[in-house]
Ligand binder design. Sequence first.
Ligand code: AMP
Ligand code: MG
Length: 450
Amino acid sequence: MLNANRRRVTSRGTTSKACRMISCMAALPEPSLVLSFEEARHLVDEHATRLQPRGKELLELLESAGRVLAEPVPADRNFPPFHRAMRDGYAVRAADLSPLPATLDVIGEIKAGARQDGLPTLQPGQTVAIMTGAPAPPGADAVVMVEHTSLVGSRVQIMTGAAAGENIATAGSEAKRGELLLSKGRRLDYAAIAIAASTGRSRLLVYRKPQIAILATGDEIVDIDVPLAPHQIRNSNSYSLAAQVQMAGGEPVILPIAPDEPQRLRELIADGLEADLLLLAGGVSMGKYDLVEPILAESQAEFFFTGVRIQPGKPVVFGRVPQGRGRIADEQPASTPEHVYFFGLPGNPVSTMVTFELFARPVIEALAGMTPRKLVFLSATLKSEIKTKTGLKRFLPAILSGEFEHAEVELARWHGSGDVAAMARSNCYIVIPPDRERIAAGEWVPVLMM
Ligand code: AMP
Ligand code: MG
């Protein structure tokens, strides 16, 4: 973990990047702010846990699917509300079932939807036919599946025994009235929507989506709907990032493409810092025209890291500026406690996507009101040998396949961090530790799902 002084921008921190191109406007971060993957992720998580969502809104139940719950949802009644049969069959007194087979008198039938007040009470030697979802009658403590019975006239022969409680969900066994079913901060997936519906909630209070500014940079980058010269590259990063932002629970705000020129870049960064989080793509490498860090440094940016020992995505930058410092002309008082965070993601499209998932996602989830999800690594057997260089933790696009429990994984054929086509063929990343040079076919390897 870095200490506070090292995180700060200091005048000592000028690097070879510092005085390129623009006449050294502000101090750049220290060159030593290159972290391991784990250090960088912990640092991001630490900041994310301190972030607050931005307000709440009331939505119709179905509109709230995928959003983040901003109120607790308790059980409005017992779940189930009555002793509920879990199978079609016969409600019995378990003690009546020995010796086997046992023959019982069928005194009636209970359908799902039957009122509880009209139910017969089972006496010894009696049973009722019962359907799944129907209330079990007083006296019954088990349901025997119809498959294990044979009805002859008004009597039924039962072939198997039953333990007390079998195939009956007792009232309140799933949740007691008033018990918390959904907590604040939970993403409303289909199970949560089912709970909201079951508790009679036709509207839910959810957190407002945070506004996430997206700023692609580069003189060669043009937008997707303009005619393209041969030397130009279409802007894919703004769109892949916008899609990732949406999936993480944010509202993307795509800014115009910034050229590799300080004045316009400065204006657009200032616009981006009006949002809840700014994602920059490109302009953070060691090239002469990579101006993102120096311009951010002008806004008194605090840099937490300026590189992570990973591939793809090594030049990724994370930091924050004091709220209101994006616009240099109308500065706000220095006492304003809040900050706007930013990520400078490398511009190679695969690097942009990977670094978003590894670092930006938890911050967006936190701003959206969610408890950020942990990265979950699965294991699969490697289909064919991998050889790499040591020194970086690698997250390489890969294809997970196999039948049922036998998951196999192999690297996608790819031509480096610009190869979006390889990314589109992949469904996961193989994670290669920094100390491995060779991984043999058949070994278990960690896999991160996309
Ligand atoms: P940079 O990080 O600015 O050095 O860019 C690295 C590579 O990614 C260059 O080949 C860029 O052309 C490409 N690139 C940068 N930004 C984008 C973008 N928005 N869309 C597609 N490719 C990009
Ligand atoms: Mg560039």
